[in-house]
Design a protein around this ligand. Structure first.
Ligand code: MN
Length: 420
C-alpha cells in the first residue's frame, strides 16, 4: 500500500509519523483548557472531533461519542463502528475531499496542545513474552542452563499490574522508595531504589468485553489498537519481593504510554507471524494467522542538559507470543475482560546486545555500564535522565508512527515516613 494523499499537506511526506494511512486517536487540550478533547492526528495537525461533533451532524452515529475526554465510549461500539469512523476520516481528510472547507477550522497544531491519557485504563496486565529478554534475565538470575523457566515455551507468563499508575507520555516519574536487601546485608532496609530501570514494551488496548474463554482469533478482533509502553521497574525492590508471587511494588510506581492509539486497521499491512515454535503450543494458544507487527522500536536516554543517546534498537516481531495470544490466555480461567483493559507485551529485546529492551540487560545486571554520547556511564537510570521510546512501522514511502513515550526521572523524596 502506498502513501495515501491528504489535503493536509504536512501529512504527505515520507517521514511524517501521521500520514492519512495512520489516523491514530488521542485526547488533547489547548493551553487554556482543562478538559481534554478527542482528536485524530493528521500530519502535524489534530482534527478536533469533539469540536466538530458539537457543531456538525456528521451522520455517522446516532449518539454523541466525543463529548467525553476518552475513547472508551467509542471503543465500546465495536469493530463495525471502528471501520465506519476510519473510512469516513480517510474520505474526509483525503486529497479531493468535499469536506475540506468544513473541516479546516477544526485543525489544531500539535505543537500548541497538551496530550492527555487517550482512554480510561480499566485494568492493566503485564506479560513476559520476549524470549531474548526472558533468556537474558534468567541467565543473570539462575545461570545459562536454567535461563528459561520450564513453563515459558508453553504459556504466556503475566502478572496483574496497577491501572491507577498508568500515565501519559511527558509525566515525570519519581524515583520510588521501597524495601531492598543489598546482597551483603542480613536484613532488608527501606531506602530509595538504586536500580531504577525501563522496559520497552507495546501495550494492546482492549476495545470489546468478554465473559469466558475466547479463541486467539476472537482475541485479535477485540484489540482496538496499540501504544508504546514503558513499564518502569525498580530492580532492587523486584529482586527482593518477587519470590514467589511476582512483581508488586517494583512495577507499581508508574507505567508510561504514548499519547496516540494506533489502530489495528492502520497496522494491518505490517502483520508478521510469531517466530517458529520450539515446542508445539496447546491448541487454544495456536495462532490462526500472523498477529505480531513489524514495528521498529528505539530507546533514547538523555541526561539533563546533555545530548540524547540511542541506547537500543529492536522490533516488535522479536516477541514469542502476540497480544492476541496473551489476551486469549488471560480469559482461560473465565476472567472477564473489559473495554479499556491494557495488556503490556513484556520487554521486547532482540538477539544482540544493541537490541536489548532494558538497562538491566544492556548493563548486564549493572556489571557492564553502557557509555553515552556525553561520555557518561549508565548502569541504571539517574535523577534528571529523560527516557524516550520511539516506534515506527516502515511502509513503502510512508510510515506509521506512535509518537513519543517519554518520562524524566525525578529524585526520590525525603523519607516518606519522616513526618515533621
Ligand atoms: Mn514489564
Amino acid at each position: 500500500m502506498p502513501l495515501m494523499k491528504s489535503w493536509v499537506e504536512s501529512a504527505n511526506t515520507e517521514t511524517t509519523p501521521f500520514p492519512l494511512n495512520n489516523l491514530p486517536y488521542g485526547v488533547f487540550s489547548r493551553q487554556e483548557e482543562e478538559e481534554g478533547r478527542c482528536g485524530v492526528a493528521i500530519g502535524d495537525q489534530i482534527l478536533d472531533l469533539t469540536g466538530l461533533e458539537e457543531t456538525h451532524n456528521l451522520g455517522l452515529f446516532d449518539i454523541p461519542l466525543f463529548d467525553v475526554p476518552f475513547w472508551n465510549d467509542f471503543m465500546e461500539l465495536g469493530p463495525e463502528a471502528w471501520t465506519i469512523l476510519r473510512n469516513w476520516l480517510i474520505g474526509a481528510l483525503g486529497k479531493n475531499s468535499p469536506l475540506q472547507v468544513t473541516l479546516k477550522p477544526y485543525l489544531v497544531s500539535q505543537s500548541s496542545v497538551r496530550m492527555h491519557m487517550p482512554f480510561a485504563v480499566s485494568e492493566y496486565t503485564d506479560f513476559y513474552a520476549g524470549r531474548h529478554h526472558a533468556t537474558n534475565v534468567g541467565t543473570m538470575f539462575r545461570g545459562a542452563d536454567n535461563a528459561l523457566p520450564p513453563n515459558w515455551l508453553h504459556i504466556p507468563i503475566g502478572y496483574n499490574g496497577r491501572a491507577s499508575s498508568v500515565v501519559i507520555s511527558g509525566t515525570p516519574v519519581r524515583r520510588p522508595w521501597g524495601q531492598l536487601k543489598p546482597p551483603s546485608a542480613d536484613r532488608p532496609i527501606f531506602a530509595p531504589c538504586k536500580r531504577f530501570d525501563l522496559e520497552l514494551e507495546i501495550g494492546a488496548i482492549i476495545g470489546q468485553p468478554s465473559d469466558g474463554p475466547i479463541t486467539v482469533a476472537e482475541a485479535d478482533e477485540m484489540i482496538f489498537g496499540y501504544v508504546l509502553l514503558n513499564d518502569w521497574s525498580a530492580r532492587d525492590i523486584q529482586a527482593w519481593e518477587y519470590q514467589p508471587l511476582g512483581p508488586f511494588q517494583a512495577k507499581a510506581t508508574a507505567t508510561t504510554i504514548s499519547p496516540w492509539i494506533v489502530t489495528r486497521a492502520a497496522l494491518e499491512p505490517f502483520r508478521v507471524s510469531t517466530p517458529p515454535r520450539e515446542v508445539p503450543l496447546l491448541p487454544y494458544l495456536q495462532e490462526p494467522g500472523p498477529m505480531l507487527y513489524d514495528i521498529d522500536l528505539e530507546i533514547t536516554l538523555q541526561p539533563k542538559g546533555k545530548a540524547a543517546t540511542t541506547i537500543s534498537r529492536t522490533n516488535m516481531k522479536e516477541l514469542y507470543y502476540s497480544s492476541a495470544q496473551q489476551l486469549a490466555h488471560h480469559t482461560t480461567s473465565g476472567c472477564p475482560m473489559n473495554v479499556g483493559d491494557l495488556l503490556g507485551t513484556g520487554t521486547i529485546s532482540g538477539p544482540t546486545k544493541e537490541s536489548r529492551g532494558s538497562l538491566l540487560e544492556l548493563s548486564w545486571g549493572g556489571k557492564e555500564p553502557i557509555t553515552l554520547e556525553s561520555g557518561e556511564k549508565r548502569a541504571f537510570l539517574e535523577d534528571g535522565d529523560t527516557l524516550t521510546l520511539h516506534g515506527n512501522a516502515q511502509g513503502h514511502g510512508y510510515r506509521i508512527g506512535f509518537g513519543e513515550c517519554r518520562g524524566e526521572i525525578l529524585p526520590a523524596l525525603d523519607d516518606p515516613y519522616e513526618r515533621s
